[in-house]
Write a protein that binds this ligand. Structure first.
Ligand SMILES: [Zn+2]
Length: 308
């Protein structure tokens, strides 16, 4: 351990890249030989605050979380009301979440940055996560609306599009994931932490106008939707959740998502949800082990019907 930042970078032959962090950490770089995917692992001094005890309970140091940056620089996802690519929002927030998790003691956290086309990237992400034996996969996205709902406006002298009707975050899980029950559990924990911080989820995914993007709301209290076919959730073996952190096509919410305070709020919600989830997965909890009961507080027990 050092008291000053110490970074080492590795550039693999096929376009791997390492994100940089301006925090007090030493880097231990681990690279899997998968083209077009970049990630780093980091170790850090344990957080010297009130969270340390709860983290220690769950052996955070051994609990690997993958924070997946949704989309790629080349295939950037949605476009915001002010014509900023979704990928930029995803990358910024994912880096913040990575930093928060490391500071909370989750020093094996991986920030996963993927390059290249969208379709290939989805499978790469799941392969990396499976090979890294992660305990949790969290994909970070920002939302928009179907094109038919867009309205025209001009921003900074340029024509652009917006929709102010459906602000809010949303959480997705796949019942075809390798750990579907635990995915649902983490989705609920995350939704609860966001709700506790005054954030409201969007309900428009239940509406008919969403067409093939219509989803089943499986937790109406905190906004968890079921999306079985989503590749990164379906093909990962560990618990996996996709967070749409907010709507960047909503003009007001785009500004909110740009604010450091709001980003910090989301980072804190994710970190506390991961801490609770990690603690619930202690060996004695035996969650997901046939014949054993969930050893978590009753309010966390979930009524899952089935996994496909
Ligand atoms: Zn996205």
């Amino acid at each position: 351990m050092t008291s000053s930042p110490s970074f080492r970078t590795f550039r693999a032959p096929v376009g791997l890249q390492l994100c940089s962090r301006a925090i007090n950490i030493s880097i231990v770089l681990l690279v899997l030989s998968l083209p077009g995917v970049a990630f780093s692992t980091a170790s850090a001094e344990p957080a010297n605050d009130g969270r340390r005890r709860s983290v220690a309970k769950c052996d955070a140091a051994q609990f690997r979380v993958i924070v997946d940056v949704g989309h790629t620089a080349e295939a950037h996802g949605a476009m915001s009301a002010r014509s900023v690519p979704e990928y930029e929002f995803n990358l910024r927030l994912a880096k913040l979440i990575e930093r928060d998790l490391i500071e909370a003691g989750f020093r094996k956290t991986i920030l996963l940055i993927t390059e290249g086309s969208a379709a290939k990237g989805l499978l790469k992400r799941a392969t990396v996560a499976n090979n890294a034996r992660a305990k949790l996969f969290l994909s970070i996205h920002h939302d928009s609306v179907p094109d038919s709902l867009l309205e025209d406006w001009e921003y900074d002298g340029r024509p652009s599009h917006f929709s102010d009707k459906f602000p809010g975050h949303s959480i997705f899980v796949s019942y075809r994931n390798g750990s579907a029950k635990l995915s649902r559990l983490f989705g609920t924990l995350l939704g609860r932490q966001l709700k506790n911080r005054g954030l409201t989820y969007t309900r428009h995914y239940t509406e008919a106008m969403m067409g093939n993007r219509r989803r089943q709301l499986v937790d109406a209290d905190v906004g968890v939707y079921r999306y079985d076919q989503l590749v990164v959730l379906r093909t990962t073996r560990m618990p996996a959740v996709l967070l749409e952190a907010g709507s960047i096509i909503s003009r007001d919410e785009e500004l909110l998502l740009n604010s450091a305070d709001h980003q910090a709020l989301i980072g804190a919600a994710v970190t506390e949800a991961v801490e609770t989830f990690c603690a619930a997965r202690l060996p004695t909890a035996a969650i997901g082990t046939p014949g054993k009961r969930l050893s978590v507080p009753p309010r966390l027990r979930l009524g899952l019907q089935h996994s496909q």
